[in-house]
Every structure is written in C-alpha cells, then in structure tokens.
Design a protein around this ligand. Structure first.
Ligand code: GAR
Length: 203
C-alpha cells in the first residue's frame, strides 16, 4: 500500500478527483494526508469529511521560503509518502525541498507546457489567440513548471471563450488527467530516462 500526501492551497477539486478515483478504483494506495499552506483552503473540509488527516502549515507565519519549506517537509514526512501530489499548491518551492522529493512529486499545471508556465494561463492562451489549450501533469523539478511531462490533456479554444469558460473546460480534463497520472505512478509504470518520462505497459 503506497502513501500519497496531497498539497493544496484552495478549492482542492483536483485533490478530490484523486481521492474519489483512488477509492472507486481500489488503488493499492491511500491518501495519507492533505496538507495546506492556508487554513482557509476549501479542500480541507472535503478531506476531513472523508476521514483523511489534514494539516495546515501557514506560509504567512514563516519569514522566508527556506524556513517554510523546511517546516512543510517535516509535516509531509510524518506521513511517510511514496508520492507527493501538488494539487493547486500555489507556492514556489526551494531547490532543497524539490531535491528531497525528486522523482516522487507530481504537479498539475493548467496549460500545455512548455506553453504558459506561471500564473494566468487561461488569459495568456486567449491573448495569444491560440486554438488549443489544456493541462499538463509533470514531475517537479527546481525550475518552475518545467519538469518531465507524464501526460497532457487538450481542449479546443472556442469562439466567445472567456477566461472562466476556458478554465472550466480545462478543469474537467484535469479531473480525469490527474487521477490517470497518479495511478501510473502508483502502479510503478513511470520512469524518467534522460529527462523524458517513459510509461511502461500494465503488468
Ligand atoms: C487547477 O486548475 C490547477 O491546475 C492550478 O490551480 C487550479 C487548482 O484548482 N494549478 C496551478 O496553477 C499551479 N501552478 P483545485 O484547487 O480545484 O484543484
């Protein structure tokens, strides 16, 4: 049984998708904890209602990134994670923290990376006049939104789209993509070879 620790900062709908899918598909894994850097993160209530231990490490209480990341790492490691899942965790992470979880930390980002790293991805996509948008799950590396890609989901940009309508279309795909990618990790089907992710056939 593998342990998954999920980090959130807000709504937590991707966390919810992973929890629901893990349970409905009977993964050999459990979500050992949901940890937030904000006490008001909406997703904490869902986790608590589903019997998942929660913790808050308030980023505003720490003077710098290094001290916050050290405290967060301490909290995460109490749950002996095989995998750390960033699900709308809106923090830039320090290099030592990322190195500690190398090869066992995934992130979901709402764009077709390498397009649009950082914030406001839906607005940037509309402003660039692109006809396609999407989401990416990748291993976390020290460079923001740049790690080896596990999987992507694509959606069309439709005439009349607003940031909100485009975000909603992408989010629906995120809720399928993230559980799919996490499951591949849990099944030991992911490896990184020369910076690229390889997906093994099911055993
Ligand atoms: C999701 O769209 C996720 O891709 C994005 O924040 C949203 C969180 O929603 N993450 C990032 O922008 C990370 N750079 P959720 O809290 O409902 O899962």
């Amino acid at each position: 049984m593998k342990n998954i620790v999920i980090l959130i900062s807000g709504r937590g709908s991707n966390m919810e998708a992973v929890v629901r899918t893990a349970r409905s598909e009977g993964w050999p894994a459990r979500v050992a904890a949901v940890i937030s850097n904000r006490a008001d993160a909406g997703g904490l209530a869902f986790a608590q209602a589903h019997g998942i231990p929660t913790a808050v490490v308030p980023s505003k209480n720490y003077p710098d990134r290094a001290s916050f990341d050290a405290a967060l790492q301490h909290e995460i490691d109490r749950f002996a994670p095989d995998l750390v899942v960033l699900a709308g965790f809106m923090r830039i992470l320090t290099a030592p923290f990322v190195a500690h979880y190398e090869g066992r930390m995934l992130n979901i980002h709402p764009s077709l990376l390498p397009a649009h790293p950082g914030l406001d991805t839906h607005r940037k996509c509309l402003e660039a006049g692109e006809r396609e948008h999407g989401a990416t799950v990748h291993f976390v590396t020290a460079e923001l939104d740049h790690g080896p890609v596990v999987a992507q989901a694509r959606v069309p940009v439709l005439p009349g789209d607003t940031e909100a309508s485009l975000a909603a279309r992408v989010l629906l795909e995120e809720h399928k993509l993230y559980p799919y990618a996490v499951r591949l990790f849990i099944e030991d089907r992911l490896s990184i070879e020369q910076g690229d992710v390889r997906i093994a056939q099911p055993a």
